[in-house]
Write a protein that binds this ligand. Sequence first.
Ligand code: F6R
Length: 245
Amino acid sequence: MQIIILPTAQDVANYAADRVADVVNTRHHPVLGLATGSTPIALYEQLVARYQANSLSFKHCVTFNLDEYIGIPGSHSQSYRAFMEHHLFGQIDVEASHTHVPLAASMNVAELEQSAKDYELAIQHAGGIDLQILGIGVNGHIGFNEPTSSFASRTRIKTLSESTVEANKRFFSDDEFQPHLALTMGIGTILDAKAVLLMATGKGKAGAVKAMIEGPLTSMCPASVLQQHEKATIVLDEEAASELA
Ligand code: F6R
């Protein structure tokens, strides 16, 4: 696990954009693993800026997002598909058919389980993920792998923890249905990525970051599993690193 501490959140985004650009520019068919949430927005702004400046093209890229809410369609403004279209896919030259976000609009368990299997197969058929971008939840989750998730887990249905539902409440209006279930890549799926880059910014993440880096390897802090990935980089701003010894 390589730890990089940079002064600001913008520095973290620039560093992450350099890492993505490196993969995109050096592979014939780059496969990117992507995340949603507040943290990678600045990264996506950087990637869009580089595309607009003609210094980066995503024409040959294939992408796989970590997760999607169950029970809302991709057209819903709070779906992770819509998030990705808004912040990245709709603003760069990636082929629409090369972008993957778990299909989770159905509430039918058999259909969701099939969707999860198909997602794993699609990643395999693409040749595996070259670089997986991750954020971290305040409870140490990665993707929607909440505390106690198995380190061997694959893409599956997951119930969101109370703290995650609470943290994501800000995106839904009071009278709006807020999903409590998600389809998420498993920890085993994430560990299969050839390289992993976890971004964390802001004071609110300092406790989770400390547990991930200095705490024991434990399913109570799913991100601690990255201690065992050969090519995991954790890039932090000073606030997120503020509780490290
Ligand atoms: C999002 C995801 C989550 C987030 C995490 C942090 O696709 O998988 O694990 O990375 O909840 O979210 P933010 O960045 O909003 O603090």
